[in-house]
Design a protein around this ligand. Structure first.
Ligand code: HEC
Ligand code: HEC
Length: 377
């Protein structure tokens, strides 16, 4: 009797050691079995509806061949986006820093707070029209949304969780087993399928109904879905577009680019000795101080501004572009050089032009996007 017991104990200890060893490096492999999900019916292909104005958009849609949009994948991705069990102590989700009501940004904070309340090192980015982008994060460190989603979960300043533990928590929930069974029949619940689902949801975050969209759309015969630009905002756009005044369009696009970014990485002269930026990824000195040119959509909800959240208002941003640009090195974009004062001039705007420009920037805000019930849990 005694002997039997000790054998059982040895067996239990040994098998739990095996489980531990198996879990150290990678996600546990566990195919999803969903009895109620006949796999031939799932998942259901989803066709994303883009705003009519985006037909003029030349950037291709980035949907990887191995992760097409599906009804079940998007629904699962949304659930996971609001899932706090993705963090070490089950306290924060992606949505804690990317709040739908703030254009998926954490408005008001220069640096977001991680799972134990620790401040981060860089300003959180709004998640808007990412389906058009092919590099993510301020320094371009991720090449797809699937790859990007791996980072915040494990990041010591963000969710601080091990992927293997996320997989264990999600696998233990029968509702998720059902959801994964429908979205990814016969695949495992692991970092691959979790990030695939998150990326699918993120690709549906399309914003295209601002007064500026309605105004420029109407010019090409699209029926406006809301108000168009006011006279003040139109004057502001003229300042934005004019190479001798705002000259913003070289990097942030114009009326034929409804995403208001050219998707490049540029050094816009914020500092005399800039942070490494893109150079952290490419290791090229030439890329020091280059950061992702952000979309100017929904700025009303995304203050403070720039990668380190240094400006609290759009007035401060505009003032920076007028007389604050630092001639920081040969890396500064050629489209910024004429503002550095190096040639003895900066860009001077009248008070009226400045306030018109700020009014135009605010008119790139899409109120339908920040209240869209499809983007809420
Ligand atoms: C603690 C706050 C925080 C959490 C939680 C968080 N993020 Fe972020 N997110 C950020 C910050 C900060 C950045 C900018 C990171 C950088 O540039 O290095 C960012 C950047 C991004 C970007 C890049 C956007 C672009 O335009 O390039 C995506 C996409 C993103 N996050 C998705 C997610 C997803 C998905 C989750 C959940 C798995 C998540 N984030 C969780 C703070 C957070
Ligand atoms: C040479 C390219 C370039 C030009 C020209 C340019 N920008 Fe930018 N803009 C950038 C880059 C790059 C960033 C991000 C910089 C960073 O955070 O390090 C940025 C950031 C911004 C932001 C902050 C957005 C956010 O989400 O934090 C605003 C607002 C902005 N620019 C408005 C303007 C306006 C208005 C003009 C014209 C007066 C202008 N930009 C001209 C490249 C440019």
């Amino acid at each position: 009797m005694r002997k039997d017991n000790s054998l059982i104990i040895v067996f239990i200890v040994f098998s739990s050691m095996l489980t531990l060893v198996a879990c150290v490096d990678d996600d546990p492999i566990k195919p999803v079995h969903c009895e109620n999900c006949p796999s031939e019916n799932y998942p259901t292909p989803y066709s994303l509806k883009l705003p009519p104005l985006f037909a003029s958009q030349t950037a291709p849609l980035n949907i990887p061949a191995d992760n097409p949009l599906t009804v079940e994948g998007i629904a699962l991705g949304k659930k996971l986006f609001f899932e706090k069990r993705l963090s070490i102590n089950n306290t924060i989700s992606c949505a804690s820093c990317h709040q739908p009501e703030n254009s998926f940004n954490d408005r008001g904070k220069s640096f977001s707070l991680g799972a134990i309340g620790q401040p981060g090192h860089i300003n959180a980015m709004p998640l808007v029209n990412l389906i058009y982008a092919d590099r993510f994060n301020w320094d371009g460190s991720a090449k797809s949304l699937e790859e990007q989603a791996l980072i915040p979960v494990a990041h010591p300043l963000e969710m601080m969780e091990k992927w293997v533990d996320v997989a264990i928590k999600i696998q233990a929930d029968p509702m998720y087993v059902l959801d994964f069974g429908k979205a990814f029949p016969n695949e495992s619940i692991d970092s691959t399928t979790i990030t695939k689902a998150l990326a699918q949801f993120e690709r549906t975050l399309v914003s295209g109904n601002s007064p500026a969209d309605n105004y420029f759309g109407a010019e090409v015969g699209i029926v406006p879905q809301g108000r168009v630009l006011t006279a003040e905002e139109i004057r502001g756009f003229e300042v934005f577009d004019d190479p001798d005044r705002g000259d913003c369009g070289h990097c942030h696009g114009g009326q034929y680019n409804p995403n208001w970014t050219d998707y490049t990485f540029r050094n816009n002269g914020l500092d005399l000795n800039p942070d490494s930026g893109l150079a952290k990824v490419t290791k090229k000195p030439f890329d020091v101080g280059k950061f992702k040119v952000p979309s100017l959509r929904n700025l009303k909800y995304t203050a403070p501004y720039m990668h380190d959240g240094r400006f609290n208002t759009l007035e401060e941003v505009v003032q920076f572009y007028m007389d604050g640009v630092e001639p920081n090195s040969t890396n500064i974009s050629v489209d910024m050089f004429h503002r550095t004062g190096a040639n003895g001039h900066t860009i001077a705007l009248t008070l009226q032009e400045k306030s018109d420009l700020v009014a135009f920037l605010k008119a790139l805000t899409d109120e339908e996007f920040v209240t869209n019930p499809n983007f809420r849990p």
